[in-house]
Design a protein. Structure first.
Length: 298
């Protein structure tokens, strides 16, 4: 892979959120651009919470960016600031990718999280259907995409969150977007009451993400349901405390690296119009995580 020199023809994309220092997206996308011989660059775009989001989005247009990924905490807040959204954003209620029209400066919002999650489940041979009883921990933008994907697959979904009103808001949104979805919400205090028959547990919170790698969203007092698969959407570290807990209980645990790669591949194709080198993207992420046992900014 040859990295081209930055020049006046370099096309820019990036990741907008707070924080973004932990993100592997710059490493992943820049490797993909280099492999494909594209004069593109992907950069971190930290935007502190407050009243800066609208200004940041307008700044991307003014600076000639071709697009960006949107991450925590802006996946929902960004939607009303965009010029248009795709059907995926409409049914998920969150945006994680934007494309900027080079000619008009109009910003289109998309969601590649849902398809990225489902693609990774399929890759890991985790079957979905009407017999799936899924617990989702968390009620942010990622939880919205994961819930929509599971509902679309026919699963029974329970969203568990400390602030139950946030979980209920997602349930209300899904019910308004889908015909007869099998979804409900409970407080984290009631986890033990709904966990016993789950066969898929998905962590959609940032709990356990670097640098706080010794934290877990799953309380020690609550037993895991026998035979369940635990999917942690966190990819940094490669094996989270939640995954270690699950494996110690005899369960299969899957990390979120695949979801990162597949949603990133979709974004790559949206921006460039070219097929993403998925294997390269996955390999460079795995190498980065394995080589750096104490991850830092990329």
């Amino acid at each position: 892979m040859t990295v081209a020199t930055l020049d006046g023809q370099t096309q820019l994309v990036g990741i907008l959120g707070w924080p973004v220092a932990h993100s592997l997206s710059p490493t992943m996308h820049n490797a993909a651009f280099a492999y494909a011989g594209l004069n593109w660059r992907y950069v971190p775009l930290p935007v502190q919470p407050g009243h800066n989001l609208d200004a940041a989005l307008k700044g991307l247009v003014a600076l000639g960016f071709r697009g960006a990924n949107i991450t925590v905490p802006y996946k929902v807040d960004a939607i009303p600031l965009l010029d248009s959204i795709t059907e995926a954003v409409t049914i998920v209620g969150a945006v994680n990718t934007i494309r900027i029209d080079h000619n008009t400066g109009k910003i289109e919002g998309m969601n590649t999280d849902m398809t990225g999650f489902l693609a990774d489940l399929a890759q890991n041979r985790v079957s979905m259907g009407k017999n799936t009883r899924a617990l989702i921990l968390g009620a942010g933008g990622a939880a919205r995409a994961i819930a929509a994907g599971l509902v679309r697959s026919g699963a029974h979904v329970t969203i568990v969150n400390r602030t139950v009103t946030k979980a209920e808001a997602i349930v209300g949104f899904i019910r308004s977007s889908w015909a007869n979805p099998d979804i409900n919400a409970v407080s984290m205090e009631d986890l033990s009451m709904v966990a016993w028959d789950a066969n898929l547990i998905v962590n959609a919170t940032p709990v356990g993400m670097w640098p706080d790698t010794e934290t877990s969203p799953w309380p020690e007092r609550v037993p895991f349901p026998p035979g369940a698969v635990v999917y942690d959407s966190i990819y940094r570290p490669l094996k989270t405390k939640l995954m270690r807990q699950a494996e110690a209980a005899g369960l299969r645990a899957v990390g979120g690296l695949g979801m990162l790669v597949y949603q990133g591949a979709s974004a790559y194709e949206v921006w460039t119009g070219k097929k993403a080198p998925v294997d390269v993207m996955k390999l460079v992420c795995q190498q980065a995580l394995m080589e750096d046992s104490r991850p830092g900014p990329f």
